[in-house]
Design a protein around this ligand. Structure first.
Ligand code: ZN
Length: 215
């Protein structure tokens, strides 16, 4: 099974990716991990990627595709793989499609986890963490006993930069502009399974399985 997981940042894709890796016994492909591995092993591709990163530049799509290819041709991908966080743009999707067509292993499905923006903002912007013990809280689902104070160690809770409302909104804007067009791209190929991403982790998990025809 070869899958792409699509969904806005904060839509809960990570949790679903974890479930799917177990369900199909396939790895989750993260470009960040591939980069790190090649760089730490000092491979040719790793050296090329590092040269761009050291200059603060984006690694070009052609090189990203080579790196992804090196990963998905490994043994543990024989049953397939899940792409999470890649492709992010139409040019990347086109390059990935072409590479997979060359290898004769096309994507089977694109699982599109749909969550309204307002809900993502509520979910993320409601989070706080304890900088001392690492406990996490949420203003609705896991409230601390005394406002702003960690239950476990009485430290003042903080909001992570990534969880701040303006940061979340900015990331959503980028997602809508750059990544959301992939839904139409893969709908044209008849590969998109839309999944209602609102509800508990269990409910969304059941919806993902149902969309894939698994009980
Ligand atoms: Zn604490």
């Amino acid at each position: 099974m070869r899958l792409i997981l699509l969904g806005a940042p904060g839509a809960g894709k990570g949790t679903q990716a974890e479930m799917l890796t177990k369900l199909y016994d396939i790895p989750c492909i993260s470009t960040g991990n591939i980069f790190r591995e090649h760089i730490s092993n000092n491979t040719d591709l790793g050296k090329q990627a590092k040269a761009y990163m050291d200059q603060g530049q984006l690694v070009p799509d052609s090189l990203v595709i080579e790196l992804v290819k090196s990963r998905i041709t490994q043994d543990d991908c024989k049953n397939g793989m899940i792409f999470d966080g890649f492709p992010r743009t139409i040019p990347q999707a086109e390059a990935l499609d072409a590479m997979l067509a060359d290898l004769n292993i096309p994507i089977d499905y694109v699982v599109n986890v749909e969550v309204p923006d307002e809900l993502i903002v509520d979910r993320m912007a409601g989070r706080t963490v304890c900088p001392s013990c690492g406990a996490s809280y949420h203003k609705i689902s896991k409230k601390e006993d005394i406002a702003g104070i960690c239950n476990a160690c009485s430290t003042n809770l903080v909001q992570r930069e990534d969880d701040k409302e303006e940061t979340v909104k900015k990331r959503l804007e980028i997602y809508h502009a750059q990544t959301e067009p992939l839904i139409a791209h893969y709908k044209a190929q008849g590969k998109v399974l839309d999944v209602h991403g609102v509800g508990t982790v269990e409910e969304v998990r059941a919806a993902v399985k149902k969309a894939l025809g698994v009980n």
